[in-house]
Design a protein around this ligand. Structure first.
Ligand SMILES: CC(C)(COP(=O)(O)OP(=O)(O)OC[C@H]1O[C@@H](n2cnc3c(N)ncnc32)[C@H](O)[C@@H]1OP(=O)(O)O)[C@@H](O)C(=O)NCCC(=O)NCCS
Length: 428
């Protein structure tokens, strides 16, 4: 973790010449920081426990705020995450707590915060930033690109059945556990699946306790406490789901409960099937919902009627390459890549220039070059393509990616692709 000391604090104070100075916050300002977020996100939750929770997750010296005189009016922070990228994992700045008070919006406060944050990340030697966007219109202008997509499923009970020929293991048993007690088992399963898919990030104790398993009564909206479904055999846990059930009844006295799956993972397909069969057959429930599923979720091929999963699709993680050559050198490539990319990046001008990228399954290098460029791309398109989901080719018609030497865009785009598709299962 990078420590921003007093000198840096001074630098922020003096370098912010705009109407709303920006600087790293100090520990006594943490409650004000959360209050701006609370107001900004129209939160209905009680302030005190939420501030306490957020304070435990916050890294003060990675948190920036904008001020109008003495009043804090805008915020952002980054979580030091380790994220799976194609064929590797690397430290990623997880941008969070982005908020501007309603009284000060559309005056450029966010723009100034984003630019300062990117400069800070670069100064700290960080390579990649990633975030969840509350609205898809916000971050493209700062060079973030939509790098992953997700499916959200709503299964009506009785409509979705796992195929008879799906892998099953009679040795598997299901147990309902208290999530807090089961945390080591759940974490063990998740950790074993972490490297499988780009977009997943490692979860430390704090994230398990204060995000994944966080379940105070005021956040349940009438649902029963969070429960844990564990699928196991003699060797230990092989799959889990964290579920909350809101038990309701229709006027005709029919059960109409809603089961929401907050998180789910499995070590193998038989365990995955066992978790799903448990969840889909939960009594007194009429709908089962789960979000943040990858576009290539094997469930789509494991059920008899995938359309009945009633999937909706939306953007998932947005990625920003803070240091283009370092980012491209840090991941792996499905097929050999050798191309000169001209990067267009007015927000992070240190990235602008030409780089030769050579990579494959075993490693990659990416360094400045004076050779003529094969492909020109803007920072947002490169961020979008980084996790191997969004294709560079799909940006061709937009003019944001241009093939300068005929026949070079398709192989570069194919080299950046990755399977499985990227997807982040958790909002941060
Ligand atoms: C999103 C938010 C932080 C933007 O802050 P802001 O200070 O108003 O943003 P800026 O003034 O720097 O906007 C920069 C540009 O983005 C546009 N923009 C920013 N937020 C937008 C939004 N939500 N919808 C449409 N356009 C938006 C502005 O119109 C402006 O465009 P322009 O340069 O063409 O004039 C603020 O609206 C907010 O706090 N929203 C609620 C909380 C939230 O959604 N946070 C993001 C969490 S991921």
């Amino acid at each position: 973790m990078r420590i921003v000391g007093a000198a840096c604090y001074e630098r922020h104070m003096s370098s912010s010449s705009g109407p709303y100075p920006i600087r790293t916050i100090q520990p006594p300002e943490v409650p004000a920081f959360h209050e701006v977020n609370h107001i900004g996100f129209n939160s209905a939750w009680p302030v005190e426990p939420e501030v306490e929770r957020a304070t435990r997750l916050l890294e003060v010296d990675r948190s920036l705020a904008a001020f109008d005189g003495p009043l804090m009016i805008g915020t952002t922070t980054t979580l030091p995450l380790r994220m799976t990228v194609p064929g590797a994992s690397l430290p990623v700045a997880g941008v969070s707590d982005v908020s501007v008070l309603p009284s000060h919006r559309r005056r450029g406060v966010l723009s100034a915060l984003m630019r300062t944050q990117l400069e800070e990340l670069r100064a700290g030697g960080e390579t990649v930033a990633a975030l969840w966007a509350s609205e898809a219109v916000i971050y493209g202008r700062f060079g973030y690109g939509p790098a992953a997509r997700q499916l959200d499923f709503t299964a009506v009970r009785g409509e979705v059945r796992v195929r008879d020929d799906a892998p099953r293991d009679p040795a598997l048993r299901v147990r309902i556990a208290d999530p807090a007690t089961a945390r080591p088992e759940v974490a063990k399963v998740f950790d074993a699946t972490l490297a499988e898919r780009p977009g997943r990030f490692a979860r430390g104790e704090a994230l398990w306790e204060l995000a994944l398993l966080y379940d105070p009564p005021y956040r349940r909206e009438g649902a029963a406490p969070l429960r844990c479904v564990i699928v196991e055999d003699e060797s230990g846990p092989r799959g889990y789901a964290l579920v909350s059930v809101h038990g309701t009844w229709t006027v005709e006295n029919l059960p109409d409960g809603r089961l929401r799956v907050r998180d789910m993972a499995a070590l193998d397909t038989a365990a995955y099937v066992a978790v799903w069969e448990q969840v889909l057959s939960w009594d007194l429930v009429s709908t089962v919902t789960i979000g943040h599923r990858p576009p290539d979720d094997p469930l789509l091929h494991l059920v008899t009627d995938p359309r009945r999963l009633r999937a909706t699709s939306s953007d998932n993680l947005w990625v920003r390459l803070v240091d283009v050559p370092a980012a491209f050198a840090a991941r792996r490539y499905a097929v050999p890549v050798d191309a000169v990319i001209e990067v267009d990046d007015p927000v992070c001008p240190w990235n602008a220039g030409r780089y030769r990228l050579r990579g494959g399954a075993a490693g990659a290098e990416c360094s400045p070059t004076s050779a003529p460029a094969d492909v020109r791309a803007d920072a947002g398109a490169l961020g979008a393509a980084y996790l191997g989901g969004t294709t560079l080719m799909s940006y061709g018609p937009t003019g944001r990616v241009t093939e300068l030497r005929p026949g070079t865009l398709a192989p570069l785009s194919a080299g950046l692709r990755w399977s499985p598709e990227p997807c982040c299962p958790t909002i941060f």
